[in-house]
Each structure stands twice: as structure tokens, then as C-alpha cells.
Design a protein around this ligand. Structure first.
Ligand SMILES: *Cc1c(COP(=O)(O)O)cnc(C)c1O
Length: 389
């Protein structure tokens, strides 16, 4: 079945036509290496610096504070490993949360094996950290706090400005993984006192394999990739000019359209959520009811497996995702759903529908029409389902 309705924008997004159009000449016409001194090289260099300005403007930073990477995972690695190494003399303690993306969590595990100590903060039942827990976790040797801006599974938005203030008062660097927030929530690195921030192109209408990291000037970070002098020696390797041009354009568009997009997505999201909760018994919303990403709907249904729901939805042409074990390729359900206190069986029966501008009200109607009978059918088939009667 061909996908008719795409509701997995938190996993990736299509490249926007305006972005694609901007990128194309950089494959065949302006293919120069930005380090060269001849005509087409200068075109590449110009495009690189324009994109740097566009990304910087999107978060209230200076262009000189933006470094391009190969995506969100690389930016997260660079923030954590780069700061850990650069500030080793000052301390070895890092604070993060239990609901981070694996690009953060697995990097922290690696650092733990290499002499660093990591505190993983709990979250409340809505998925927010408690500021008192954060304050209590701070030690003299704490060098970095890394808390995601918004969660990719349940959409909860963290109290970023408050965390920034606490970190700044203590002289601790503050990194935020803003991959999901960029283009969907307003970001101002000065107002929010953010020192390092990760973004990724393919979550906001640019291609896969391009990302950026914001590093406030004066912040010490060691590079991960050595080689040429690209990105002021912070990230060697010939620049991915088409990707960079695409990221710059995507950020510019997303930030300019943000108020309008937010309003439209929130309306669709809320109709989807309330339609599901009202029409499907034994269902619950995961994540914060209001402080959540405009396009995120994450719900759990008792007595069924997320995986079987996804297969039936796919047969109807709907692309969605789940926090169930099978989709993650491990036996345990989503670490995020467990962290907000869901028991295993409820975490297994979760469904994540993430919307963006290419979704329509008709898409919402379709899902609201098809989902209740689909869940009822699965419950009839399930040995657990009879408890639902
Ligand atoms: C997708 C995602 C990443 C990883 O970004 P890539 O560009 O795919 O490497 C990191 N953090 C969050 C919150 C994400 O949603």
C-alpha cells in the first residue's frame, strides 16, 4: 500500500519544494569546493556563509557561532564529547535526563565508560524535569547540563529558559537538543541562556545528513573530526554545500512561518487528540497537555500492541509510529514512556502521530474515522482485549 497520509514527521520530513529548488544548482552548476579561490568556489563559499546567517538568525545567534555538521546525532555527540574533553580539568560531571534521544543517552554511556559521571534526571508524568531535582544534582565538578528542548516521542517542551538561568548562575554550560523544536517553537539562545544547541535538517524540510550546532562564542569545545580547516577547524571535511544551502533555507522558511504553522498544527493536533480520547475507550494521552510540540499526538491504548496497530494503519495508507518494542528493535518499550511512569503493557500499546504543514483536515478526519474500529478489532483478537469489555 502506498502511503497516502504521512503522520510520522518526528521521524523525518519530506524536503520542501522551495528548499529543493534552492539546492539543485549546487550539485551541477555551483559545485566548487568552498576552499577554492576561483569563481565557482566563491559561489559555494558565498552560499555557505549565507546559510550560516540564516541559521543564526533563526535562533538569535551570530553567524560566527554556527557550525555545520552531518546531522542531529553528530551535533549532540560534538556538544557532549567536545565539552567533556575541553573541560576535563574543571570537572567530570554531566547532568542530562532519562528521556533524551539516544544520540545523547548513548554518548553519555560512552562518557561514563571513560571516566565521566552522569546524572540522569527523572521526569514527571507529563515528561517535564523538576527544576529542584536539577538544582540538587549540581556539584562543584558539574561541567555540562544537557536537556532536550522538546521530546521527539511525547512532544513535551522542557522549561528551557529556567534551566538556562540555573546553569548560567552556576557557571555550567547548557546544551539543548533542539532537533524537534527548531521551526516549531520560538528559540532565542540569548533570552534562554543556551550555550550549545543541536539542530537537524531532515526534521524541518531540509535533506537528511545535514545539521548544525550553535556554540556560544567563548565556550570551549574540542572538535570530533580532524582534517582540513573547514568550519574554523571545528569540523573538518569538504562542506556539504547543497545540504547546507537547504538547511539555511528551511530554517528561514520555518521561522518566518512559525506563528501561522503553530496555530494550524495545534488546531489539527487538538482535534486529533480529543477525537481519539473521546471515541476510543481505555485510551490516554502521553506527554504534557499544553506544553507540547504543535504537531505531536501520542496516545496509549490498553490491551493492544502498537506494532499491530501500525501494520493495520499502513494497510490503510497511514504512516505512523509507536513506542512499542518491535519498532525500536529491542525487547523493552520506549524509555520515554517508561520514564513518564507507564507500565510496560501501556507503553507497548502506544501510537505516535506527528503532523506537519503537508497534513490536512481531511487526514485528521480519515484517522478519526478509521482508528476506533481498528482498535476495537485488535482488542477482539487479543487475549488481553476481553478485559476491555
Ligand atoms: C532525529 C533526532 C536526532 C537525530 O538527528 P539525525 O539528524 O537523524 O542524526 C536527535 N535528537 C532528536 C530529539 C531527534 O528527534
Amino acid at each position: 500500500m502506498k502511503t497516502k497520509i504521512y503522520m510520522d514527521h518526528a521521524a523525518t520530513t519530506p524536503v520542501r519544494p522551495e528548499v529543493l529548488q534552492e539546492i539543485l544548482p549546487y550539485f551541477t552548476e555551483y559545485y566548487g569546493n568552498a576552499s577554492g579561490i576561483y569563481g565557482i568556489a566563491k559561489e559555494s563559499k558565498k552560499a555557505l556563509e549565507k546559510a550560516r546567517e540564516q541559521v543564526a538568525a533563526g535562533i538569535g545567534a551570530k553567524a560566527s557561532e554556527i557550525y555545520f555538521t552531518a546531522g542531529g546525532s553528530e551535533s549532540d555527540n560534538m556538544a557532549l564529547r567536545g565539552v567533556a574533553q575541553a573541560r576535563r580539568q574543571k570537572g567530570n560531571h554531566i547532568i542530562t535526563t532519562k528521556i533524551e534521544h539516544h544520540a545523547i543517552l548513548h554518548t553519555c554511556e560512552y562518557l561514563e565508560k571513560n571516566g565521566y559521571d552522569v546524572t540522569y534526571l527523572d521526569v514527571d508524568t507529563d515528561g517535564k524535569i523538576r527544576l529542584d531535582d536539577l538544582k540538587a544534582a549540581i556539584r562543584p565538578e558539574t561541567i555540562l547540563i544537557s536537556v532536550m528542548f522538546a521530546n521527539n516521542e511525547i512532544g513535551t517542551i522542557e522549561p528551557i529558559a529556567e534551566i538556562g538561568q540555573i546553569a548560567r548562575e552556576k557557571g555550567i554550560y547548557f546544551h539543548t537538543d533542539a532537533v524537534q523544536a527548531m521551526g516549531h517553537v520560538e528559540i532565542d539562545v540569548d533570552k534562554m541562556q543556551i550555550d550549545l544547541l543541536s539542530i537537524s535538517g531532515h526534521k524541518l524540510g531540509a535533506p537528511k545528513g545535514i545539521g548544525a550546532i550553535y556554540i556560544r562564542s567563548g565556550i570551549q569545545v574540542s572538535p570530533l573530526i580532524f582534517g582540513g580547516a573547514q568550519e574554523r577547524k571545528m569540523r573538518a571535511g569538504t562542506e556539504n554545500i547543497p545540504g547546507i544551502v537547504g538547511l539555511g533555507k528551511a530554517v528561514e522558511l520555518a521561522v518566518a512561518e512559525l506563528p501561522e504553522t503553530k496555530e494550524r498544527l495545534e488546531k489539527m493536533r487538538d482535534r486529533l487528540i480529543s477525537g481519539i480520547l473521546e471515541n476510543i475507550p481505555h485510551s490516554r494521552l502521553n506527554g504534557h497537555p499544553t506544553d507540547r510540540l504543535p504537531g505531536n499526538c501520542n496516545v496509549s491504548f490498553e490491551f493492544i500492541e502498537g506494532e499491530s496497530m501500525l501494520l493495520l494503519l499502513d494497510a490503510l495508507g497511514v504512516a505512523a509510529s509507536s513506542g512499542s518494542a518491535c519498532t525500536s528493535g529491542s525487547l523493552d518499550p520506549s524509555h520515554v514512556l517508561l520514564a513518564i511512569g507507564l507500565p510496560h503493557e501501556k507503553a507497548h500499546g502506544s501510537l505516535r502521530l506527528t503532523l506537519d504543514m503537508d497534513n490536512t483536515e481531511e487526514d485528521i478526519d480519515f484517522v478519526l474515522e478509521k482508528l476506533p474500529p481498528l482498535v476495537a478489532r485488535l482488542r477482539e483478537m487479543s487475549p488481553l482485549g476481553h478485559d476491555a469489555e
